[in-house]
Design a protein around this ligand. Structure first.
Ligand code: SF4
Length: 64
């Protein structure tokens, strides 16, 4: 699965994604979320999907 944040400049910096799946998302020094693992395994699928579902900016994209 491929994960990205796009467009990143629309991130609100609330950290919801990092709370849902810290293995894949973190808040970077600029205050916006970044993807630390762009190709996570299936074991993280549910957490990544939760992050995408709960992102208020709807900018987390998950592709197979
Ligand atoms: S949940 Fe969305 S808006 Fe919030 S920090 Fe993550 S990418 Fe940014």
């Amino acid at each position: 699965m491929k994960v990205r944040i796009e467009p990143r400049d629309e991130c609100l910096g609330d950290g919801i994604c990092a709370d849902e799946c810290p293995e894949v998302f973190e808040i970077a020094d600029d205050g916006l979320a970044t993807v630390t693992n762009t190709d996570p395994g299936d074991d993280l699928r549910e957490a990544c999907q939760s992050a995408a579902d709960e992102c208020p900016a709807e900018i987390i994209i998950i592709e197979e």
